[in-house]
Design a protein around this ligand. Structure first.
Ligand SMILES: Nc1ncnc2c1ncn2[C@@H]1O[C@H](COP(=O)(O)OP(=O)(O)O)[C@@H](O)[C@H]1O
Ligand SMILES: [Mg+2]
Length: 141
């Protein structure tokens, strides 16, 4: 489902730089998605995707910010999660999006897995400047 929001309201932001911040981010996303009325299975999908992005910030950029935004159209309610860092960036995004690709000895499933779990997935990155990932999830009113 893809939508152009008629309303988008910033709802919160969190600094992410430690393992504890990943836990806090998971909790914040869980609460925000539940408050938005998503069913439990959808809440879990959104939390799982957010967890991967928060972990990437810690692991590859050192620190960054997660912002969450409530969206609305005539027929749908949604949540957008933005992950922004000013770390090393990603030189080849299509490579980073491939399953099994990791420069950190990981499983390389974080980015492709997160993409599958949400309705819209955008990634922008500039080597030496940082990375921004935006996830959107929608539900019908
Ligand atoms: N925020 C980021 N900053 C810099 N590089 C990143 C960031 N997020 C992901 N990457 C790069 O993309 C690769 C793939 O990420 P991901 O799919 O989450 O797998 P994994 O974390 O297991 O390596 C990482 O190994 C890393 O090279
Ligand atoms: Mg990862």
């Amino acid at each position: 489902m893809t939508n152009a929001p008629t309303h988008a309201v910033p709802a919160g932001e969190l600094l992410i730089k430690s393992e504890g911040d990943i836990v806090a981010a998971r909790r914040a996303v869980r609460d925000a998605a539940a408050a938005r009325g998503f069913a439990q299975t959808e809440v879990t999908r959104i939390v799982t995707a957010a967890s991967e992005l928060a972990r990437n910030i810690c692991k590859y950029a050192g620190e960054g910010v997660m912002r969450w935004i409530y969206m609305e159209t005539d027929t749908s309610l949604g949540i957008e999660l933005q992950f922004t860092d000013h770390g090393r960036g990603i030189a080849d995004i299509s490579l980073a999006m491939q399953e099994g690709y990791s420069t950190g000895g990981g499983l390389g499933m974080g980015l492709p897995g997160a993409k599958r779990l949400v309705d819209e997935f955008e990634i922008q990155s500039t080597p030496g400047e940082g990375t921004r990932v935006a996830l959107k999830k929608w539900r019908r009113k």
